[in-house]
Design a protein around this ligand. Sequence first.
Ligand code: C5P
Length: 227
Amino acid sequence: DRQAIVAIDGPAGAGKSTVARLVARELGLMYLDTGAMYRAVTWLLRDRDIPLDDEAAVAEVVAEAEIRLQVPDDDPQAPCPVWINDRDVTEAIRSLDVTAHVSAVAALGCVRRYLLKQQQRYGRQGGVVAEGRDIGTHVFPDAELKIFLTASVEERARRRHQDLADRGEGQIGLERLARDLQERDRKDSTREIAPLTKAPDAIEIETDGLSIEQVVRAIVDRYRDRH
Ligand code: C5P
């Protein structure tokens, strides 16, 4: 008998992290950013110069990877610290290099199996809002509430541009950002294992023209309707 689970999936840049974190805070649940786990593994493989098509070499590194995630409970805007093998990679996992390679890493069976186990262990007792690509379909298929968050590619590119500008990296153009998002979505939705797709019982929220507060409110209301 476990507490409730909220699953939030969707394409890149749809605002899942911001929304999931605020929903967790409002409902008093834990927050799990599974994308950060795939990013941390990608950072480690790149740091060690492991060829991503060498699954045996990847599996070896992954087997000894220990990831820790933290959620600061004071400031909901502050970045969530991430460690892998005791290295603080909070900022490094958001780099262009990691972003460009994470979909290839996330397509590997050995990586997905390993992280799936960790994610399910984290949610064993429930009480969690988990966010990613395959939460409602594979990680927590029995989640009480499943949300599929989307937005037009133009809107997602604009948001990504704003995020980067806030970090002093506003020089990448909107068109390039839109292309990168679409390329990542294409890889994530066409891979063989646990591809990005809306679970049949997920509620889709198209967020163009909605504020963060409105999206959070919509999800929290759905949750309270059912509890
Ligand atoms: O959400 P975020 O953009 O940080 O995710 C980075 C990448 O991690 C995704 O593009 C995808 O390749 C992978 N991912 C995944 N399954 C998840 C979460 C993320 O394959 N549940």
